[in-house]
Write a protein that binds this ligand. Sequence first.
Ligand SMILES: *[C@@H]1O[C@H](CO)[C@@H](O)[C@H](O)[C@H]1NC(C)=O
Ligand SMILES: *[C@@H]1O[C@H](CO)[C@@H](O)[C@H](O)[C@H]1NC(C)=O
Ligand SMILES: *[C@@H]1O[C@H](CO)[C@@H](O)[C@H](O)[C@H]1NC(C)=O
Length: 269
Amino acid sequence: MFPKLLTILGLASAALLINGEITSKEAMDIVINFLDSYLYPKNAEVAASVNSTLFAEDVKGTVDVSTNFDGRELATEYLFGLFVNLAKDPTEPSPIGNPIGYEIHAAIAHGNTVFVGVKFDFYYGALNQSFPIEIDALFSINDDLQVQEYDLIFRRWAWATDLIVPRLQYANHDECLTFLNGLPLGQFYRLGENNLGCRYLHTPMLSFRPNVHCPHVGPSGGDMCVPRNYTEVVKAKHFPQGFVTTPLEDRSSHKLGLDRNLEAVNLAD
Ligand SMILES: *[C@@H]1O[C@H](CO)[C@@H](O)[C@H](O)[C@H]1NC(C)=O
Ligand SMILES: *[C@@H]1O[C@H](CO)[C@@H](O)[C@H](O)[C@H]1NC(C)=O
Ligand SMILES: *[C@@H]1O[C@H](CO)[C@@H](O)[C@H](O)[C@H]1NC(C)=O
């Protein structure tokens, strides 16, 4: 009886060793897979899965620049859902950007516990520019090879955002007021120029398509509220077809082709 029990205990502990402990290599592979999934366009796919099995059902996690995101659903939404709008419209002025590549500069795995120091490339479509973003990440991986715990620390995030966010739009309320107070009200017959009137015109549109209309009220003015040149505006050929029913060639004696005959009179402003 007694030796038999010992045998059973021995088998049980051997089974525990085989099934119950993942190796450092396995844990690291899971983390690499996690980082790959974090990249565009995979990140939007993970978000769409809602309850990503990259995470344990009862995952616990923290992101230092925000707060705790526990449970599979929250973890998926916050870690990956951030990138869904960017997948639809890469030019959305997101203050987060979209990870498009990474380089691991530190990696330590011990059993199921992993630390990685990662330098990502985050692409900011609204700026058409990438910036390096550093994340230090701690993971514990469970026996089902899922992330059981994660602790994500954005290194130098304050510096990064100081640099990037003001270029996307106003950095804060004061900067917005200072900038707008420095602009002319403008004339209400010049609502396509770099003035307050033009920005006002665009405010009702913000809630419809913020990614398109935010730049119009922002410092850049987007492609709407910008300085314009009278001569260029008047002479621009906006209509591919135009509204001429008789070919101009037939009516050359009427000198309709203004730009063939006259030098531009410089009336700028
Ligand atoms: C995700 O998981 C939660 C919690 O188990 C559940 O309530 C929810 O219905 C799931 N959503 C989907 C789309 O599977
Ligand atoms: C983005 O920048 C690259 C050069 O870095 C340029 O070739 C490309 O035309 C730009 N795209 C847009 C949409 O401005
Ligand atoms: C406006 O555009 C015309 C034609 O391109 C140019 O000759 C003129 O210098 C411009 N004026 C200003 C103020 O930029």
